[in-house]
Design a protein around this ligand. Sequence first.
Ligand code: BGC
Length: 865
Amino acid sequence: MLVPTSPRTPPSPGAADLDVDAVLAKLTTQEKISLLSGIDFWHTAAVPRLGIPSIRLSDGPNGVRGTRFFNSVPSSCLPCGTAIGATFDKALAREVGHLLGDEARAKGAHVVLGPTINIQRLALGGRGFESFSEDPALSGGLAAQYCAGLDDKGIAATPKHFVCNDMEHERMAVDVLVTKRALHEIYLTPFRLALAAGHVPAIMTSYSKVNGTHASESEYLLKEVLRGSWGFDGLVMSDWFGTYSTSEAVNAGLDLEMPGAARFRGAILNHALNANKVSIRAVNDRVRNVLKLVKRAMATGIPENAPEDELNRPEDRQLLRRMAADAVVLLKNEDSILPFVPTKSVAVIGPTSRIATYCGGGSASLNPYEAVTPWEGVEAQAKVPLSFAQGVYGHQMLPLLGKSMRNENGEVGFTLRMYNDPPTGPSTPSSPDTRPLLETRHVVDANMFFIDYSHPLMNKNGVWYADAEGTFTPTESSLYDFGLAVQGTARLYVDGELLIENVENQRLGTSFLGSGTVEETGSKTLVAGQTYRILVQWGCAKTSSLKVGNMVDFGHGGMRIGACRRLSPADGIAEAVEVAKTVDQVVLCVGLGGEWETEGEDRTTMALPPNTDDLVKAVLAANPNTVVVVQSGTPVSLPWLSNAKAVLQAWYGGNQTGHGIADVVFGTVNPAGKLPLTYPLRVEDHPAHFNYRSEAGRCLYGEDVYVGYRYFDRAGIEPVFPFGHGLSYTTFTLEGLTIEKTEGNNVNVSLTVTNTGSVTGSCTVQLYVSPPTWEPRQVPVVPQRPTQELRSFEKVHDLAAGVSTQITLVLDAVRDTSYWDETQDRWCSQQGVYGIKVGQSSRDDKAVGGSLTINETTYWEGLSP
Ligand code: BGC
């Protein structure tokens, strides 16, 4: 397929267009109803007789996966949301949109399901890595550019999840109890800012209830706020299986039920129409919004049901590498031990050093063109051979076995055979399986999620089976652990010996978005050089009696096969210490990954995986010239911090993760990332700590507007690293602040940024506004407010040593001084004198300040004053 890549690719001459109202008038009621739900996981319905094509939607948010979870076409995996947040770089966020737009074209997708712009109330959210920031202005500012970048390419963005999908626990059932003020000031603001910039044609609702009503059927959220106050005229779709009613959802304004086939629409909607529970006018309104999105999709020139293709351009690799490096936050660099010297000896140690921890888990995960490990990244730049030690493992589930297996042709991976009939026992080379085959696939990824798999000859009742078979030849003689997590049922055999049975008495775990089992394990001593036959016989989700409770039911299910050599933490740490002692410099790689941070499950602790802290302490003691590289999407505990001279927060960096890390380690790139969320000392320091799960079906957002740094500032709690923190290999000063009212509500805040160090670097300046002093007896009574709130940010790129530059940040005097007045149900910019502070973090004691006087109180509503 030819992939058009120019900005805003115009429709090809003579491309079909759609006259929305004319087509709407010609549609039969049945056709209208058909347009209001998907036909499968990723497509809308077509009405060929009126030239309405089916359009394709694809996840989002850090890549474009295309139409398959299982065996998908590889794609660009971008750094995760918090990593993009850490760049504080609007221009880069636009480039994110451009790359996603090109990838969407390659995958034949008209709509990208992203960005995710929920809020990290606590460090433990399973999907915290997907969203940009705990701060709504940073999140909304970046989201606006991300959406505009997609729009530049003609592709529709879908900010999600509207709204308050900020944790995973019972995500479909939980009732989020939140004040209107916090709802507007914190949780809705990223959406409002993104919409205000004008490039948002679609929105996805969240799974949860907000103040008593599910978001996908909330008249307040969809009718009053989104379409009413904000004037949104785009499409609203449900999250996948997040439509829970027919009439309520249609009447509130939910246009599209996803995925298909319809559960709450189709014949049931017809019935509701006949019963006058839903009016034809409401149906027409919903259909009109679908047609508008279809019209927009047609203008892309991307054909209906286009084949999916790989893009994988050299310039994208460069961009991905720049993004990965720009996202890295230099948390600490005592004695300036970084950057490391490539000609000195170096060891790469730790559980995430030879694994590319490139992406979080769940629907954000995708199959990358490549995933560069830190080891590979460091090796590419070091001028001497590297030393290595594993230290400890950091996995929750055993490492995937696929890449270590071979199929019958000797190729990397294994063979997957699909059947309609159950196995009668393990096949062997001498008595092969005789069941009629549906199909055979060559697979490498041993984490197989079949949610969108189908086969034309599959049993009508949807029950089917699969065998995964290949060989494994260990390089070391040892005891090996094998693991099998399934949504469905399965048995794992090694050379015909049943090692794991995951069929009876299954235990619900975190696999498969929280719908699968825990990983059941078995072990066997294997001999180096000997080839073993691995066979897994799996039955689809319907063969299991496991109850998935409140989790989303993702249909067919999946299987995950893992294995590795058993390594005792004591032996691994001792070996790592010996290696660390022999070198000048150590790159120690630790972190979480897509199985710790994933959909359907929140983390239970901020700690790194078991034994990791022991490894870090031991290596730091053995060689203080160590940089600890932490890869996680959200903050983790750093109990060894005072002993560490240098620490990098490297997030999930996408395809080029390892190169991005190495670029910063060796100073090829001068780090400029800033924390988009507070790094607390203890999870208990977070105000949301007591209200961070569904308790009796509800979650009280008891911290109100005091989310993230807004609470730490107000309560005077010292975080380990504050919001906005991040060091550089150079230093900057900010001076000469001027505040000038210009046209309309605009206020220019200007200052001079000087690079006072010895190398070129980029500087992020952050503008915080403080409210007038709060007095209890003030009239009119105004609520207490956060001490300071980020209202603007800019990045000065590549400022040479010794050079100064003038920078201007623009505020909207009314918008940026406002709070949500619950007594008026609208925004209020209260008269008074506001503090203006511009610094390099939220707690920068060298920040420059001034004040802004607001002469009269203004009330406003809508997207902006
Ligand atoms: C997620 C959405 C995603 C959808 C499709 C849901 O589970 O919450 O963010 O877009 O699946 O994969």
